[in-house]
Design a binder for this molecule. Structure first.
Ligand code: UGA
Length: 456
């Protein structure tokens, strides 16, 4: 079997599914994208993604115009014609922290109804180790004659850089029992890789050379690679944050510390930026999912519980420090919160530290005004009643006793200190992402406070 002229179905049009479908269609695979939600499907069919992701819309439009991409809610239309299915459905967390796999299993069952013999079923959704074996068993039990092949191909793209991460990857991991199917998945990525300069140009993203590797493993290892990667990155952040709190007490600077610690190539500087902690649809969920699935195997991952707890504490730590800076009282004081997205480059506000900080400040009695260049609308539902939103940095900051930077949007980080100082009523300038130029702030009479970080 070769990858040329393949027809592929992608299940689910979230960040992963939409990016995958659009890129494969632009690499001239015939792609059916299944999205059951009518509203989302209509938006996508009109050539727009329903979330903000740099470079995606132009590729989506191109894919739709070329007829290589068909968006549908019909498994029958899509799967009947496909040799390969990429499952990119959501895996939300249950209230107890475990992964909710109902979409993962219902997508597999629905596919079974229309699958051709020997179809290659590729799991991109993040699932606990052992899930693939259960789906393999389901395939054998319900359709023994079809001989479906199951591959785990975890996704490592980040929101905000989804196109770049997919085209210029560190590694593609594929794990499964059937070597021919594993190789087919790898070949699909190699076809995409051949087109990457053209696609980067089209979507106006920079060419980003990486040491790309293709790694084939067992099924269970592939599943564990994904959650271990995210858990380790979350661990690095929580570690940096715990050292930041020590730095605050010990009169050291966490940025200086991590710059030097990260200069050791065995450690690396990435993901050691201390601040308000991690958020988003992945790290919080994947850490709790890993803890919970390890317990199913009788393993207590206390190290990850500590990382999780450290992260949970960060918004409260920041609000306490703002309160101290405002003479120990937030009551009635106007505080500007700049940044509601869980990181820059996305409109996603899931488990966003900026939202948590705004709500905690409000609970403590502050008059909170918020701003985000892309996430205002998505945040509205999570913000407590009484938290105001505003349409610009200027309007948010005007008359504020304190400003808190909670997302590292360039617009916020590059906003001149002189203007912040001019617009504010007070001078407390809390940089909860440790990204603002501290010297600029202090030389404009702002009282700069970072997380384990300060001016000089
Ligand atoms: C993360 C992983 O980085 C991807 O490789 C993975 O594919 C994805 O999860 C997923 O499982 O789908 P993402 O959640 O988009 O990607 O965002 P990151 O860029 O990893 O940032 C996560 C959070 O950590 C953000 O809130 C960010 O502000 C925070 N962070 C990041 C820090 O607080 N400090 C750092 O040094 C780095």
């Amino acid at each position: 079997m070769t990858s040329s002229n393949l027809t592929i179905t992608v299940l689910g049009a979230g960040y992963v599914g939409l990016t995958t479908a659009v890129l494969l269609a632009n690499a001239n695979f015939k792609v059916y994208l299944i999205e059951p939600n009518d509203e989302r499907r209509q938006v996508i069919q009109s050539g727009k993604s329903f979330f903000y992701e740099y470079g995606l819309d132009v590729l989506l439009e191109q894919a739709l115009n070329s007829d290589f991409l068909v968006v549908t809610d019909s498994y029958e239309t899509a799967v009947t014609n496909s040799r390969v299915v990429f499952s990119c459905v959501g895996t939300p967390d249950n209230p107890d922290g475990s992964s909710n796999l109902s979409y993962v299993f219902s997508a597999a069952e629905e596919t079974l109804k229309y699958a051709q013999p020997e179809l290659v079923y590729v799991q991109k959704s993040t699932v606990p180790v052992g899930t693939g074996q259960k789906i393999e068993a389901l395939f054998v039990e319900k359709a023994p004659n079809l001989k479906l092949r199951y591959i785990s191909n975890p996704e490592f793209l980040r929101e905000g850089t989804a196109i770049s991460d997919t085209l210029f990857f560190d590694r593609v991991v594929a794990g499964g029992r059937d070597k021919e199917a594993v190789n087919l998945v790898i070949d699909i990525y190699k076809d995409l890789e051949e087109q990457r300069e053209r696609l980067a140009q089209l979507s106006k993203i920079p060419i980003a050379p990486r040491v790309d590797q293709y790694i084939t493993t067992s099924l269970n290892s592939a599943e564990l690679i994904k959650v271990t990667s995210n858990a380790f990155l979350a661990l690095k952040i929580s570690f940096a944050n715990s050292i930041a709190i020590l730095a605050d007490k010990a009169d050291a600077d966490v940025v200086e510390v991590m710059d030097a610690v990260g200069a050791d190539h065995r450690i690396g500087r990435a993901f050691l930026n201390a601040g308000r902690g991690y958020g988003g649809g992945c790290f919080p969920k994947d850490v709790s999912g890993l803890i919970s699935s390890a317990l199913d195997y009788g393993v207590d991952l206390q190290i990850m519980e500590s990382a999780q707890e450290q992260n949970r504490l960060m918004p409260g730590y920041i609000v306490d420090r703002i309160q101290q800076a405002l003479d120990n009282s937030l009551a009635g004081k106007r505080v500007a919160v700049l940044g509601l997205a869980f990181k820059a480059g996305t409109s996603d506000v899931r488990k966003s530290p900026g939202v948590a900080i705004a709500n905690k400040l409000h609970e403590a009695g502050a008059h909170v005004v918020t701003y985000d260049p892309e996430a205002q609308e998505e945040a509205a539902i999570d913000l407590f009643r009484g938290v105001e939103d505003s349409e610009s940095i200027e309007a948010t900051v005007k008359g504020a006793e304190a400003v808190v930077l909670t997302t590292e949007w360039p617009e916020i980080i590059d906003f001149p200190a002189s203007k912040y100082a001019q617009l504010m009523h007070g001078n407390v300038f809390f940089d909860a992402v440790n990204q603002y130029n501290a010297l600029d702030a202090t030389s404009n009479s702002l009282r700069y406070i970072g997380v384990g970080h300060r001016a000089e």
